[in-house]
Write a protein that binds this ligand. Structure first.
Ligand code: HEM
Length: 412
């Protein structure tokens, strides 16, 4: 066991070097105690097998902080944030988690999502049409492609009018900016009161949207969820609101950053970019490798030890917070030969980018389709696509939860 209380994980420089920092921790021990920017100490697991065991063990490690010892409390969250995300599916444990997950699972099976591929392709094509029609041949790949693609896919899927997409983008960014690992200022220079006022508007918007769908159901996911039943029970309005908020928070920034990270990784590995251009059929395997190599979720949700226990021989006290560092596990040389090499033909690639166990990413099949469509569309329709800046200068998003570049100027 090591204790790394003074480890810098959040400065812009350390964001750029995160993989090297994690490699250092992983080489020293499977689990280390690290002080977060909030001042809170957490256990970080950096080795693959220990992460797998931990994520699968929802008896000893709970996502809901109900196992905190007496006198220890989590920082209080504002009312509107609690309404949206407090006790959402990501923060509850089986068996209640299992019931809620069953109510949405059918909309995210690989078979169901495969049927959405033509619609995802049409959205990607129309974004590229717009870019090709512009006079300017240099554009920001993040702002003009990686953000609008998942935003439009998600709006259509949930049955949100496309004209409301920008508000959804703002709301999801605001919720993400509250990430305690980020110490990030809110977008557009908003002050905390303005942020809360917007988040309250999001609650009001979702309340009205859900009531509207209950009264006039359509052919969309929210309407489907109003009717879904598991164990003879339907979702309450409150559960539905939290589920939609979780999908918005979980499905936008993650996919956006996967797309940015993929292009960055390919630009840095010209042999792999050439290989993919010549073999578009490698897109599925390339996306898996990019998820492993540059996944967009760096750390798991925190879990809390339900009892005094141990991980790899290190004692963990009841109530202590533990995190699986997915980005570190996916570069563990014990599991992945030459882990720091991008190899889009890698065969043994059971990465942890989507987590593992009960909370494994619900949206993984959708993220995969979006990633594959994004890659193939950009490379096929912009054969000369290349970076327009020095790749060492790209800025990484602050915070540990989401890993991705803030912008990526490109030209074609
Ligand atoms: C590249 C894109 C994505 C990545 C890397 C990613 C990653 C993850 C990870 C690692 C977890 C589990 C966290 C943990 O156990 O601590 C998770 C959970 C989740 N993800 Fe994703 N995700 C992505 C895209 C999406 C999309 C597109 C959606 C929705 C449409 C989504 C919805 C969710 C939900 C609802 C959960 C919680 C599941 C549960 O608690 O049962 N994700 N995701």
């Amino acid at each position: 066991m090591t204790t790394s209380e003074h480890l810098d994980l959040v400065s812009p420089q350390s964001r750029a070097n995160a993989y090297a920092t994690y490699a250092g921790l992983r080489a020293e021990a499977p689990i280390s105690k690290v002080r977060m920017p909030t001042g809170q100490d957490v256990w970080m697991i950096t080795r693959y097998q220990e992460c797998v065991d931990f994520l699968g063990d929802y008896h000893r490690f709970k996502t809901s902080p109900t196992v905190l010892p007496e006198g220890v409390e989590m920082p209080a969250l504002p009312e509107a944030v609690l309404r949206l995300l407090g006790g959402s599916m990501g923060a509850i444990d089986p068996p209640e988690h299992t019931r809620q997950r069953r109510l949405v699972q059918s909309a995210f099976t690989p078979q169901y999502v495969e049927r959405l591929r033509p619609a995802v392709q049409a959205i990607a094509d129309s974004l590229v049409d717009g870019l090709l029609a512009a006079d300017e041949r240099t554009f920001d790949l993040v702002e003009q492609f990686a953000i609008p693609l998942p935003l439009t896919v998600m709006s259509d899927m949930l049955g949100i009018p496309r004209e409301d997409r920008d508000r959804f983008r703002l709301w999801s960014e605001l919720l993400l900016s509250l990430d305690p690992t980020s110490a990030q200022s809110a977008p557009q220079g908003m002050n905390p009161a303005e942020v809360m006022a917007e988040i309250e508007k999001f609650v009001g918007y979702l309340d009205a949207l859900i009531q509207g769908k209950r009264a006039n159901p359509g052919d969309d996911l929210i309407s489907g969820m109003t009717a879904a039943e598991a164990d003879g029970e339907k979702m309450t309005d409150d559960e539905l609101l939290k589920m939609v908020a979780l999908l918005v928070v979980g499905g936008l920034g993650t996919t956006q950053h996967l797309i940015g990270n993929m292009l960055l990784a390919l630009f840095r590995s010209p042999d792999q970019l050439a290989l993919l251009r010549e073999n578009p059929d490698l897109a599925a395997s390339a996306v898996e490798e990019m998820l492993r190599y540059h996944g967009s979720i760096e750390i798991s949700f925190p879990r809390f030890a339900a009892e005094d226990t141990e991980i790899a021989g290190t004692p963990i006290r009841r109530g202590e917070m533990v995190i699986a560092v997915l980005a570190a596990a996916d570069r563990d040389p014990e599991r992945f030969p030459l882990p720091d090499k991008l190899d889009i033909t890698r065969a043994q690639n059971r990465h942890l980018a989507f987590g593992r166990g009960a909370h494994m990413c619900l949206g993984a099949p959708l993220a995969r389709v979006e990633g594959q469509v994004a890659l193939n569309t950009l490379l096929a329709r912009m054969p000369e696509l290349r970076p327009a800046v020095d790749l060492d200068d790209v800025a990484w998003r602050p915070g540990l939860t989401l890993r991705g570049v803030v912008d990526l100027p490109v030209t074609y």
